[in-house]
Design a protein around this ligand. Structure first.
Ligand code: SF4
Length: 344
């Protein structure tokens, strides 16, 4: 669709959405505040997590880190611990760094301007638009998958959302329907996308803009949005050794690169002296967004005190036990392995 050539007035669509949102906005804890810190955290927490799944995590996180200063002063490992269960741990590392940026570069005051918010570590255009519009009357649409889906259906627009220009294209499309109150409009689009205009089986009968929706009138809602390119998940094999003795086991912290940044893991190699103590090997399949992992974990029950002492003395591993390990964040499959080991 040629956006520039469109002459019709589509503003009534945005106004209908605002009206609907005024009566149907979900009653969520972060809707009672305009505190940019809390809105920012909630936008990051709920980017890949359903509200029902993430709400407890969000509440616990805010309870422990109620403001930028508390978060900036916390230890990174504690921030990771409070992020446990949400996945995407690099986001926790980024919000921690960004909180320190706010303290150092903005005198502890959350920046109000879209372009300044965008400078914060880990903050993308969507989050900057959401925070600036909800908290500071910013005028940028918070374009995400909800916008792609809703707008492409309303206009029966076949612009490919895997195209690198999709963000800019749908931002222009959003501008056609966007009313003055962009903060509420952005939230209305979030609610409509997640509650009504769902990816599969949208509830068009309940939709406030079904009179304006071309895909609905053409009975082609399942044709939109158009996405041609699918990112193929890469296969990746990992190998770990669960080296333990008398309830203690060895771990190390991952580096700040690749997957599972800064989380704790088991040793990735052992000396030949430990090999006779391998009791069994378990293979676990685990999916990340763009990776299919095959994780092989060898259970190494070191019965010899001498061998254990030599191995721990020669390596930099942290010796922990099941109780102390609760204070550390592990990737989900390793966390599950520890829990299952406890049950066996
Ligand atoms: S009518 Fe249906 S397809 Fe169109 S915007 Fe509403 S829910 Fe989405």
């Amino acid at each position: 669709m040629e956006i520039d050539n469109k002459s019709s007035d589509f503003l009534h669509i945005g106004n209908k959405l605002l009206n609907w949102y005024g009566k149907n906005a979900r009653d969520l804890p972060f809707r009672q505040t305009k505190d940019p810190y809390k809105i920012w955290i909630c936008e990051i927490v709920f980017q890949q997590t359903r509200i029902s799944q993430g709400l407890n995590h969000y509440n616990n996180f805010i309870k422990r880190f109620p403001d930028v200063k508390t978060l900036a002063e916390a230890e990174e490992n504690e921030v990771l611990l409070y992020w446990k269960g949400l996945g995407y741990y690099s986001r926790a590392i980024n919000i921690h760094k960004a909180s320190q940026q706010i303290i150092n570069d903005y005198q502890g005051v959350f920046p109000a301007d879209y372009d300044e918010i965008l400078k914060l570590k880990g903050v993308g255009k969507y989050t900057a638009a959401a925070v600036s519009s909800i908290c500071f009357e910013g005028k940028m649409p918070a374009v995400d998958g909800n916008f792609y889906r809703v707008l492409s259906r309303i206009f029966a627009d076949d612009f490919d959302i895997s195209n690198s220009r999709a963000f800019s294209y749908f931002s222009q499309l959003a501008a056609l329907v966007m009313p003055e109150n962009v903060g509420d409009f952005n939230q209305a689009m979030m609610d409509l996308g997640s509650e009504i205009c769902k990816p599969k089986n949208p509830l068009c009968g309940e939709c406030p803009v079904n009179d304006d929706c071309l895909a609905f009138s053409l009975e082609k809602t399942s044709d939109y949005p158009v996405k041609t390119k699918k990112v193929k998940a890469e296969d990746l094999a990992l190998k770990y050794y669960f080296v333990h003795r008398n309830g203690q086991f060895l771990i190390q912290q991952r580096k700040d690169d690749f997957i599972w940044k800064k989380l704790f893991e088991f040793p990735v190699s052992i000396s030949t002296e430990l090999e006779p103590f391998i009791r069994n090997v378990r293979t676990i399949k685990h999916k990340l967004t763009h990776k299919n992992l095959t994780i092989e974990i060898s259970n190494v029950d070191v019965e010899s005190e001498d061998v254990w002492s030599r191995f721990t003395a020669q390596n930099q591993y942290i010796i922990t036990d099941f109780e102390a390990s609760h204070d550390k964040s592990f990737p989900k499959p390793l966390e599950n392995y520890i829990q299952n080991y406890l049950k066996d």
